[in-house]
Design a protein around this ligand. Structure first.
Ligand code: 4AD
Ligand code: MG
Length: 432
């Protein structure tokens, strides 16, 4: 039996008889010749079967192959400039592994609900494969960025006893005899403990928000990467963010050009993403929005439309910093220059993608932090350990969280977050 090879290895086997295994992407016949395109996860290759080259059994099998059936196809590797990938097989034998009668997804327009219901099959499409490869590259870039800069990965718990962000969007479950536990909205509070041990740390995992909004920017489960850095202030935090985001975009441009092209991404816009990014105070952003006719008032958080307006025609993301205290989470450091505000920033992606990062300097003063916890009516007891970080060797520190799916959506230019993760958790869907 000839060896199994992958499509990506065909170049090393010109003239050899080899076997490919994979799924039928396309199948057409013209009389005594069959053209089968097989994909195997490494690429796609055409196998051309001529009636006279095959025994009866193989011809029957090859002829009966259908879209997305799995098969082993044997043939002689030939160089062919016109073929996608540059190689083609002259078919000799075909063996069916798994039939695929009436594959649900056909090369025609399907509604998005139908595609989501068939997400387990939809993943096989060119577009979804390209998105998953870009996502993978982004994840590798994230890990490399922090590893190269001396950060230590610290994994934080998913079941938590203290609210991380806001009470409004918690998933709750019973935890043995100890009462309610929450699915983590963030790993940040735990990372603040770890940063006092290791200096520069990050976590990267799934986070959960019971968002009752059905927008293209919200998932109930999404991945967030969160660095936390000792002795870093809010300005330094923004510098870290612009370096980080530029590094990620640069890596995708360097290694995933083909996928971006397949997604018809305007790469010119991504090429402009280099430090520094513009910085605008929240107060200036409100003035700017009012000039453009918005009825937003100082004190309100920016909505999706406001963010799009603020980003304007930029190609690079833009920072909005020092938001009003009431618009943000309890742990942010009060701004000594304007105590109505906190030392924080959002990073707004261009092209209407909105907030991809939320970050801040953390409140390191015990009394002020306690006052904020009480103001927000959070259960003080649950935060005993978090408050201890201010009791024993408190230290200035900052960090941020970057939403992975929002970043994937922006870089791939997707209309909705549901395509940025293999199995999206949406308010109205739990299957597949
Ligand atoms: O702004 P957020 O809520 O910040 C935090 O959770 C902080 N604890 C981070 C930190 O300082 N360590 O969320 C951070 C990012 C957002 O900017 C957004 O990109 C993403 O997480 N995000 C969501 N992505 C998808 N679906 C949702 N429901 C999201 N909520 C937030
Ligand atoms: Mg935010």
């Amino acid at each position: 039996m000839p060896d199994f090879v992958t499509v990506s290895e065909l170049g090393d086997h010109v003239g050899d008889t080899v076997r490919l295994r994979g799924w039928v992407r396309n199948h057409r016949s013209s009389g005594k010749i069959l053209f089968v395109i097989l994909r195997d996860g490494t690429g796609e290759a055409q196998v051309v079967f001529a009636r006279d080259d095959l025994d009866d059994r193989s011809w029957e099998v090859a002829e009966a192959l259908t879209y997305e059936a799995s098969a082993v196809l044997e043939g002689v590797v030939q160089e062919d400039r016109r073929a996608p990938g540059g190689y083609e097989l002259s078919g000799r034998r075909a063996e069916l592994v798994g039939a695929s009668p009436e594959y649900p997804i056909q090369p025609k327009e399907h509604g998005v609900d139908f595609l989501l219901q068939n997400r387990h099959l939809w993943l096989r499409s060119h577009r979804q494969v390209a998105i998953m490869r870009v996502r993978d590259e982004i994840i590798m870039a994230i890990r490399d960025f922090f590893y190269e800069r001396g950060f230590t990965l610290v994994d934080t718990p998913i079941l938590t006893g203290a609210i991380g962000e806001s009470a409004g969007t918690l998933f709750e479950t019973e935890y043995f005899d100890l009462g309610p536990a929450y699915l983590a909205q963030t790993g940040q509070l735990y990372l603040e403990a770890a940063a006092a041990a290791l200096g520069k740390v990050y976590c990267f995992g799934p986070t959960f928000r019971a968002e009752k909004s059905r927008t293209r920017r919200h998932l109930a489960e999404f991945w967030m990467v969160e660095p936390e850095v000792a002795w870093l202030d809010s300005d330094g935090n923004m510098e870290l963010q612009e370096e980080f985001v530029s590094y990620i975009v640069g890596r995708v441009l360097e290694r995933r050009r083909d996928e971006l092209e397949q997604l018809e991404r305007d790469v010119g816009k991504l090429e402009a993403v280099r430090p520094p990014f513009d910085r605008m105070s929240y107060t200036d952003a409100i003035a700017h929005l009012k000039e453009q006719g918005s009825d937003i008032e100082w004190g309100a958080d920016l909505g999706a439309d406001d963010e799009t307006l603020v980003a304007g025609g930029r190609s690079k993301p833009v920072f909005i910093y020092d938001y009003p205290k009431e618009a943000k989470a309890f742990y942010m450091k009060e701004n000594p220059e304007d105590p109505r505000t906190v030392k924080c920033n959002d990073l707004i992606a261009p092209e209407g993608y909105g907030e991809i990062i939320g970050g801040s300097q953390r409140e390191d003063d015990l009394e002020r932090l306690l006052a904020r916890i009480r103001e927000e009516k959070l259960p003080e007891d649950a935060y005993y350990w978090y408050l201890d970080l201010r009791r024993y060797g408190t230290y200035p520190h900052s960090g941020f969280g970057l939403g992975l799916e929002r970043t994937v959506a922006w870089i791939c230019d997707l209309g909705h977050l549901r395509e940025a993760i293999a199995f999206p958790r949406l308010m109205t869907r739990l299957a597949p």
